[in-house]
Ligand binder design. Structure first.
Ligand SMILES: *Cc1c(COP(=O)(O)O)cnc(C)c1O
Length: 402
């Protein structure tokens, strides 16, 4: 390894996400609760899950919450509980994590994509309205990156057409729209406890919130093979239960969620200030929080235009600054959805977002120094990319040499 004065002064890398840093702040609480569950030797559903369900319902201001095995299952169970099945069309966004459309396909229904609003990256309600027809049986807006979709407009459409509205709130626990939390903005809402979500477990997990007692009861039955009680199976369901250990860990973390969310928001605000002082606002478009919403920043996602995104990302990574693209391939052009017959150009805003977005580290434990480092390296990267002083091949050889 070549040593140079520069090597010794190279700043510490900044990880994209650092769950170890988070764990250090809650280690004792987590160990204590895990021990407690082991002493009971009850591992599936049970009291911890019931407590978590009550606490999540309370947190979202919903009547019911039903735990399940993942956010993906939350979507699948919700679709089935709402009677969606073969031949039905479900409108959703092509600019989301795969599971949103995967769940629609998995229940035998047909994903019907419409394009996004370029500012919030959420479903464009006008295009939803234009797409609704007699085959449309549900709408799934995704609160992408942690900011709610325009739910009142979508709610009015859903009511007018008498179809359910399913929130994909997997990235948005704690997000608000006009003062109401994600979880009570549609017929049902689906949350994920995947470790990198704002409330992440020690493995997979998910939960569904609703104000409808009948839907909640059906979801409780569907997650245990459609058992209506006493081994009476009224329909064929799934094995999609939440573990007691997950629930116990999540209950510990839920106590910290608000302060973590505030940390994310403060980091986002700090990025904004730094971008202005570094004169970056002409090369990147930071995320915009609509005035009637509370953004919880599961991702801090900006746009890098002018075809420079990939070069900027490579430069940053070569400098040891974690960053990532969510999502590089819109769902309407995924191989597995070829059968739907979409063309790439059908959803230009989703295509453009996929080519331009870049997510920066935003986790609550980021230090002021780390945030400054990320912003400074981004400024250098944007500068290098626009002046073509630093083509991506050079970044690549730099990384190899490092
Ligand atoms: C994470 C995520 C899901 C799926 O959740 P899993 O718990 O990983 O199954 C679904 N939709 C969106 C938008 C997500 O971000």
């Amino acid at each position: 390894m070549p040593t140079s004065p520069q090597t010794s002064s190279t700043p510490e890398p900044v990880p994209f996400i650092d769950l170890v840093a988070q764990y250090q702040t809650i280690r004792d609480e987590v160990k204590e609760t895990v021990d407690r569950v082991f002493e009971t030797q009850r591992f599936v559903l049970g009291e911890e899950v019931e407590q978590l369900e009550a606490e999540i319902a309370d947190y979202c201001d919903a009547r019911y919450a039903v735990g399940c095995a993942s956010g993906t299952d939350a979507l699948i169970l919700s679709l089935i509980a709402l009677g969606i099945g073969p031949g039905d069309e479900v409108i959703t966004s092509p600019f989301t994590f795969f599971a949103t459309a995967g769940a629609i396909h998995r229940v035998g229904a047909i994903p019907r994509f419409v394009d996004i609003d370029p500012v919030t990256y959420n479903l464009d309600p006008q295009q939803v309205e234009d797409a609704i027809d007699e085959k449309t049986k549900a709408i799934i807006p995704v609160h992408i990156f942690g900011q709610c979709a325009d739910m009142e407009t979508l709610w009015r459409l859903a009511v007018r057409h008498n179809i359910p509205l399913i929130e994909d709130a997997c990235q948005a626990i704690g997000a608000e729209y006009r003062g109401r939390r994600a979880g009570v903005l549609g017929t049902v809402a689906c949350f994920s406890f995947f470790p990198t979500k704002n409330l992440g477990g020690a493995g997979d997990g998910g939960i569904i919130t609703t104000d409808d007692a009948d839907i909640a009861a059906r979801l409780r039955s569907l997650r245990v093979h459609g058992d209506a009680g006493g081994y009476n199976h009224v329909e064929v369901g799934f094995n999609s239960r939440l573990d007691s250990l997950q629930a116990a860990v999540l209950r510990v973390k839920l106590r910290h969620l608000e302060s973590w969310t505030e940390g994310r928001q403060q980091n986002a605000a700090r990025y904004g200030e730094l971008f202005r002082s570094l004169d970056l606002m002409s090369s990147v478009e930071p995320p915009v929080t609509a005035t009637d919403r509370r953004h919880v920043f599961n991702q801090y996602t900006l746009r890098v235009g002018g075809g420079a995104r990939d070069a900027v990302m490579e430069y940053m990574r070569a400098e040891g600054v974690g960053c990532a693209v969510y999502y590089p391939i819109p769902l309407h052009v995924q191989k597995c959805f070829e059968y739907l017959g979409y063309k790439a150009a059908d959803f230009p805003e989703s295509q453009r977002a996929a080519a331009e977005v870049l997510s920066l580290p935003i986790f609550a434990e980021l230090t002021g120094e780390q945030i400054t480092r990320v912003a400074t390296v981004l400024a250098d990267a944007a500068n290098a990319a626009t002046t073509l002083k630093f083509p991506s091949t050079e970044a690549e050889s730099r990384r190899k040499a490092a």
